[in-house]
Design a protein around this ligand. Structure first.
Ligand SMILES: Nc1nc2c(c(=O)[nH]1)N[C@@H](CN(C=O)c1ccc(C(=O)N[C@@H](CCC(=O)O)C(=O)O)cc1)CN2
Length: 297
């Protein structure tokens, strides 16, 4: 079998277009642009790239981007004060603090300080709770992007066996909640799962979010399974001194068994920022007192 490629880059471009249309309508009706604030502490090179992309794509979608680049030695108190100021600013609809933060800052404290209705990352415990009990709220961008790709590929997910590998608050746990809400039978596997290949082999849907380069092998997969690879791992390339990106799935091998698979790069990654723009727009319409219908975008 040769798996179909799930083109996250193309899907993300379509989502950004739809966001752009509704962002223009927002500006025309409300009299200002929807606004996203992104806070970066320190100089982590990957984070700098992601934050730059977020700003560029926000502006391209017709929204206002506010970037705050703070030095690596910013105190926790100063960061919390910045977040409080953004909470109170009426032209800011969404707030994102880029992770990871330097070690001296408590990430959970920072996330807890973001107003839940501006928490477009969906990391605040209030939004995690809303997702768990099925109330409307913000859902973390990467798992929501994975769900969009799955529904686009498979239509209804009800009754399917799904295995999520990884239990982080940012991807694994919300992904499991989303799949459960779609009536999948969900297993969350992790580093201490016994006989992981056997567990994964049950799955019609595999979401790999474990951060281990090419860990999921072809013979772990049920033939025809749909494989969503969340991993972004930089490894040494064949050419000395060069690196390349690989996912958590052995793409070449898995493609011979899976029915469909996301590539790395170009799969889940681009969905993360496209969904961030979508969440910001949803926040903006809600803050303006005109919430969008749940399926508007
Ligand atoms: N506050 C947050 N911090 C972080 C998040 C997040 O959702 N919120 N996610 C990641 C990083 N991230 C966005 O912030 C992100 C990761 C990857 C991509 C992406 O498009 N990847 C490309 C490859 C890019 C490359 O060449 O390095 C791909 O997979 O095709 C976008 C955003 C951690 N922090």
């Amino acid at each position: 079998m040769s798996a179909a490629l799930i083109d996250g880059k193309a899907f993300a471009a379509g989502l950004r277009d739809r966001v752009g249309t509704l962002a223009a309508r927002f500006e025309a009706q409300v009299g200002r642009k929807a606004g996203l604030a992104v806070v970066l502490v320190g100089e982590d090179p990957a984070s700098q790239v992601y934050v730059r992309s977020k700003g560029k794509q926000t502006v391209e979608a017709g929204m206002a981007s506010f970037e705050y680049k703070l030095p690596a030695d910013t105190s926790e108190a100063d960061l919390l004060a910045r977040v409080e100021a953004l909470n109170a600013d009426p032209v800011i609809d969404g707030i994102l603090v880029q992770l990871p933060l330097p070690d001296h800052i408590d990430e959970q404290k920072v996330i807890a300080t973001i107003a839940p209705d501006k928490d477009v990352d969906g990391f605040h415990v209030v939004n995690a709770g809303r997702l768990a009990v099925g109330q409307p709220g913000f859902v973390p961008c990467t798992p929501l992007g994975c769900l969009m790709l799955l529904k686009d590929r498979l239509g209804t997910l009800a009754g399917r066996e799904a295995v999520v590998i990884g239990r982080s608050n940012i991807v694994g746990k919300p992904m499991a909640q989303l799949l459960l809400a779609e009536s999948c039978t969900v297993t969350v596997a992790h580093s201490r799962t016994a006989d992981l290949p056997a567990v994964v082999r049950r799955a019609d849907i595999v979401v790999a979010a474990v951060g281990r380069p090419e860990m999921v092998k072809a013979d772990w997969l049920k033939p025809g399974a749909t494989v969503i690879d969340v991993g972004i791992n930089r490894v040494a390339a064949a050419e000395p001194g060069k690196t390349r990106l690989v996912g958590d799935v052995d793409f070449t091998g898995a493609s011979t068994v899976a029915g469909a698979i996301t590539p790395v790069p170009g799969g889940v990654g681009p969905m993360t920022i496209a969904v961030l723009l979508r969440n910001t727009l949803v926040a903006a319409w809600r803050n303006a007192g005109q919430p969008l219908a749940p399926d508007a975008i």
